[in-house]
Write a protein that binds this ligand. Structure first.
Ligand code: ADP
Ligand code: GLC
Length: 482
């Protein structure tokens, strides 16, 4: 067995404490899988409003952090708890002015908020006298910790042997800000060619400073090294190619298990697929659609963002709802860009009785949609990994996806789902037709696809071993290369 490592895990989102998408799912589940491999992994995240307001099982720590910044010492507190169902410690950095707000992101000072979080998390490891072997930072929000570790931090012997891994969850969000943030972090460094004059790009910094870099699927790792997929950072990523890896996300099988999921109307597994019908009826009732049996229910659960291929959807959904591939129902759950929220609201009001749009974030409704729908749409323009399609497969809803990034790595056309390549409405409509045809005309073939998806292993076990390997390489690289 590999020697246990002390892993400092930094993430802006950790489910169930804070989640807007898959980053939160990963933060809530990968650490548990690493713990199962014997590592001392500790999760650090900001204390957002939900935590400040009092979260069951989370308590305030009797300490005060004095975090050194270019604006002087800034005081912060901390809370501690555990990832539910585990003994993995979670530490929350509490700073009222910065984190006690309505939302997780979307403020003018986000770069400073997360720079502070990153710096304060390192300070907290000192206060609790816990010396990490490895820093694992997720997405741009935690990248300031990597820059600090690789520069100012090296003055302190405590940090000299700490290896680092940076995980890219989404290259579309890079955390670009003003160079002043480095004065705030009290560190001196040269600029990168990816940074315009006076600008800092935290995503680029993470890629540049970490010992090892990875992203959340092998296909996305290849795509981001091309000018089409690199969002301006492909050159830097090619430069780091020797240290760049792709590891597919897993699912938290404690949370996402149709046999034990309390949020369903009727639990089921591969041997009791007929129980899905009860979930189907409960879903139709919950969203106010007629409880028609035997017609396909298509669903979308997503952040409503251009990344998700929503620009392709209006026309095919209109055709579908007009019966061009037979009767069908369509359910959307999502929130995000108002342009897409309006599109779905309008379609739903036009196609009343066939389509329902839930604009908002609804953690309790999502499982019922996975369990009660027949098909799950994910026509993404790009998709680093995607968890929706994996949850759908596990819950017997057949995914219809565009073969990009993690979707290409997890859905097999005609075997566990349906996929297409062209980013076009025609290709999406063709795929909807192929799937609805199979559903209507080949019940047995449909059931086989459902069962193939349900029996595919999406657990964290194998991926966590992949991360363990990256950690060992990172620590070795730091110790021997400096
Ligand atoms: P991304 O991280 O890009 O948003 P993923 O597919 O990796 O995409 O993860 C999305 C996660 O967020 C899934 O767990 C999905 O069920 C959940 N989700 C997205 N939108 C909503 C919503 N409006 N309500 C509830 N859950 C949602
Ligand atoms: C990002 C990506 C998504 C991925 C998730 C977790 O939000 O958009 O594809 O599954 O991170 O890694």
């Amino acid at each position: 067995m590999a020697p246990p490592l002390r892993i400092l895990y930094l993430s802006a989102e950790v489910a169930p404490f804070a989640k807007t998408g898959g980053l939160g799912d990963v933060g809530g589940s990968l650490p548990k899988a690493l713990r199962a491999l014997g590592h001392d992994v500790r999760v650090f995240m900001p204390a957002y409003r939900a935590i400040e307001a009092g979260y069951p099982g989370v308590s305030s720590m009797p300490l005060q952090l004095n975090v050194p910044t270019g604006s002087g010492l800034i005081q912060a507190g901390a809370f501690e708890g555990k990832l539910p169902g585990s003994d993995v410690p979670v530490y929350f950095i509490a700073q009222n002015n910065l984190f006690n707000r309505d939302d997780i992101y979307g403020y003018w000072d986000d770069a400073y908020r997360f720079a502070f979080f990153s710096r304060a998390a390192l300070a907290l490891t000192e206060s609790i006298d816990w010396q990490p072997d490895l820093l694992h930072a997720h997405d741009w929000h935690a990248a300031p910790a990597l820059t600090w570790l690789a520069t100012a931090g090296q003055a302190n012997p405590r940090y000299r042997d700490v290896g680092s891994v940076f995980t890219i969850h989404n290259l579309a969000h890079q955390g670009k800000t003003s160079w002043n943030v480095f004065d705030y972090l009290q560190l001196y460094t040269h600029s990168l060619s990816e940074e315009a004059y006076g600008e800092v790009n935290f995503m680029a910094r993470g890629i540049y400073h970490a010992n090892i870099v990875n992203t959340v699927s092998p296909s996305y790792a290849r795509e981001i090294m091309t000018p089409e997929g690199g969002a301006g950072l492909d050159g830097l990523l090619r430069y780091r190619q020797g240290d760049l890896h792709g590891i597919l996300n897993g699912l938290d099988y404690d949370d996402w298990n149709p046999a034990t999921d309390q949020r369903l109307a009727a639990p089921f597994d591969a041997g009791t697929l007929e129980a899905r019908d009860e979930n189907r009826r409960a879903l139709q009732a919950a969203v106010g659609l007629p409880q028609t049996p035997d017609i396909p229910i298509l669903a979308l659960i997503s952040r409503l963002d251009w990344q998700k291929g929503l620009d392709l959807m209006g026309y095919p959904i209109h055709l579908l709802m007009n019966g061009y591939s037979g009767p069908a129902q369509f359910i959307v759950l999502g929130t995000g860009n108002p342009q897409y929220e309006n599109m779905f609201n309008q379609l739903a009001s036009y196609h009343q009785g066939k389509m329902a749009a839930y604009i908002g974030y609804h953690a309790e409704l999502a499982p019922l949609i996975y369990a009660g729908s027949d098909m799950f749409l994910m026509p993404s323009l790009f998709e680093p990994c995607g968890l929706g399609q994996m949850i759908a497969m596990r819950y017997g809803s057949v995914p219809l996806v565009r073969a990009t990034g993690g979707l290409a790595d997890t859905v097999r056309d005609g075997i566990t789902g349906f996929s297409f390549y062209d980013f076009s409405t025609a290709a999406l409509w063709d795929t909807i037709q192929r799937a609805t045809y199979t559903y209507n005309a080949d019940k047995e073939g449909w059931r086989r696809i459902q069962l193939n998806g349900m029996s595919t292993d999406f657990s964290w076990q194998r991926s966590a071993q992949g991360y363990q390997q990256l950690y060992q390489w990172a620590v070795a690289q730091k110790r021997y290369r400096g």
